[in-house]
Design a protein around this ligand. Structure first.
Ligand SMILES: Cc1ncc(COP(=O)(O)O)c(C=O)c1O
Length: 372
């Protein structure tokens, strides 16, 4: 048995979509990117979206377009992928790491965020850990009361609840382990059309026309109106994305069903473990985190699970503990983030997972904990 943490679901539809792009002889940004953007925007109740090369690029462009710059501070989770904080550093601003609420709710803590606000604070980035939606209405009020921009790192949470509907900028990832994939890729939604247009322009060097427009003879030259980047998505990725998006809601439902089954089996066989987000939450069920009992030798548990064919992972090592960030913030201590990160373990979760797989995984975990 080999049960990986997250398997992309790729098949005949994606093959056909890729072949159609090859047949069209146009592989860089064009009509398929535009169709994918429209469909993705529609799935989030938005008018428009901008496809980019990654969620990291999406966060970077979002911060730039909002005017976040050197001397500014941005509140960020430390319990996230490093890209959430890196994007803040790219624009010369200072990431201010905020602790989580509690073990059962490893989202950004509002009270710690409040305590860490200064006159330099210009934005807050919330992250829907594991696909569980943060309370966006609460964060909107927090941001509005302080004149901050609200950015959501929605890498784990496409097409659920209020995601993409309330924040100033929403950044999505289509990396291969995400709920839908384009191999590498990302998307930005911004509710303010002018902001989204700035992001669209910055995605492609601030140029006023696309290669496709010139190829079709709709334009002969171009101007560059701002400093931009090559953060474009290509037609091959967009074609896969368009195909995957059609199945995303069904996959999200399958992930939620698997998460519920996990919760029931864990409650029966591993009552000493806790599963975060025990209260009802809107979720895309991206991750299946369990918090192991205190003093469990997690490395040994992971090694035994691997021997039994079950891949596990840790989401996440705290960003502020990485060497690079430790150099910036040597004395920073986030007690709840650090304690959670020391004990959390992610179990396999993807739409193809079967009930018997879940029972096998939890059985293996129970034995691994007993023998660790
Ligand atoms: C929470 C979070 N933010 C940002 C990213 C970065 O996404 P990408 O790899 O598309 O740049 C990831 C990807 O793993 C992520 O999980």
């Amino acid at each position: 048995m080999k049960l990986s943490l997250s398997d992309p679901v790729l098949g005949i539809d994606e093959k056909k979509a890729l072949c159609a792009v090859i047949d069209s002889q146009w592989i860089t940004m064009g009509d398929r990117v535009a169709s994918f953007e429209n469909a993705f925007a529609h799935a989030h109740g938005a008018e428009a979206a901008v496809a980019v090369s990654s969620c990291t690029a999406a966060l970077h462009l979002g911060l730039l377009a909002l005017g976040i710059t050197a001397g500014d501070e941005v509140l960020v989770p430390s319990l996230s992928f490093v890209a959430t904080a890196n994007a803040v550093v790219y624009v010369g601003a200072k990431p201010v790491f905020v602790d989580i609420v509690e073990e059962d709710c490893p989202h950004l803590s509002l009270s710690d965020a409040e305590a860490k606000c200064t006159r330099q604070t210009k934005a807050v980035i919330v992250m829907h850990y594991g696909g569980y939606q943060v309370d966006l209405a609460e964060w909107r009020t927090f941001a509005d009361q302080r004149g901050l921009a609200l950015i959501e790192d929605a890498a784990h949470a496409p097409a659920i609840g209020d995601v993409g509907r309330i924040a100033d900028v929403s950044a999505f990832s289509f990396f291969s382990n995400k709920n839908m994939t384009t191999a590498e890729g990302g998307m930005v939604i911004a509710r303010n059309p002018a902001l989204l247009e700035t992001i669209r322009s910055m995605r492609s060097h601030g140029m006023t026309t696309l290669t496709l427009d010139r190829h079709r003879g709709h334009a002969y030259s171009y101007d560059v109106t701002m400093l931009g980047f090559n953060y474009r998505m290509d037609e091959l990725r967009a074609a896969i994305g368009f195909t995957q998006l059609r199945k995303l809601k069904t996959w999200n439902i399958a992930r939620c069903a698997s998460s519920r089954h996990y919760r029931n089996v864990i409650a029966d066989y591993l009552p000493q473990c806790t599963v975060p987000f025990s209260r009802t939450h809107t979720t895309a069920a991206h991750l299946m985190p369990v918090v192991l009992p205190e003093n469990t030798k997690r490395d040994r548990v992971m090694a035994t699970m691997r021997e039994n064919g079950v891949q596990t992972s840790i989401h996440y090592p705290p960003i502020h503990r990485f060497t690079y960030y430790r150099g910036m913030f040597p004395d920073l201590f986030l007690p709840r983030t650090e304690s959670f990160s020391n004990r959390v373990l992610s179990l396999p979760l993807h739409p193809m997972l079967k009930k018997e797989h879940i029972e096998y995984i939890v059985g293996s975990l129970a034995k691994a904990i007993e023998n660790a």
